[in-house]
Write a protein that binds this ligand. Structure first.
Ligand SMILES: [Zn+2]
Length: 196
């Protein structure tokens, strides 16, 4: 089932996510619905707060990024088919040089801005069988994971922009929260007036 994606301005996007207990009701169904919602919106990642649940759950499929002609064959191979569910994730360490990449977000349609992040991330999480995993990623894989991880910490990529950039974007962000935009997927807008 495709779920509406929560737009910028909703307080749920600002909550620090709680851990997902092993007996979380209908977790499998929730994950299925999140995949469907993400693919329908052509995203490479989706976090539970974006569908209204403040819990530590996000999923990533970087396959669309593997089509980028500017990447090396090795990079393409890493991104192609990388599909993973991260439950109760905690970043252990971020290392390496910061680099800028133009990020976007399904909760913030039509806005893309360069965000600087460290190149390498080590993350601990449990998989769908609640088996503990610790893994290290770099490059674009790390980038997507860092962006989604921020969501379960209540952080959005626009928080990481300069104060000038934030000021310039303010009007557009307000319009998004009011629903004064066109997105080609289902969304829920926190400040939309009823009857529209
Ligand atoms: Zn996002």
């Amino acid at each position: 089932m495709i779920l509406p994606i929560i737009a910028y301005g909703d307080p749920v996007l600002r909550k620090k996510g709680n851990d997902v207990p092993k007996d979380y009701p209908k977790l499998e169904e929730l994950i299925d619905n999140m995949w469907e919602t993400m693919y329908n919106a052509n995203g490479v990642g989706l976090a539970a707060p974006q569908i209204g649940l403040p819990v530590r759950l996000f999923l990533v499929d970087t396959t669309p990024f593997s089509k980028d002609e500017d990447l090396t064959e090795e990079e393409k191979k890493k991104l192609d088919g990388f599909k993973k569910v991260f439950i109760n994730a905690y970043i252990e360490e971020e290392t390496g040089k910061e680099w800028a990449f133009s990020e976007g977000c399904l909760s913030i349609p039509d806005i893309h801005e360069d965000v600087s992040r460290k190149d390498t991330v080590t993350i601990t999480y449990v998989d769908e069988d609640f088996k503990k995993q610790t893994e290290t990623y770099d490059g674009l894989l790390a980038r997507v994971i860092q962006h989604e991880y921020d969501h379960i910490e209540g952080i959005l990529f626009t928080d990481k922009l300069s104060s000038l950039k934030k000021r310039l974007l303010k009007g557009r962000l307000t319009n998004i929260s009011k629903g004064n935009i066109r997105a080609d997927y289902r969304m829920r807008f926190p400040k939309q007036k009823k009857g529209r």
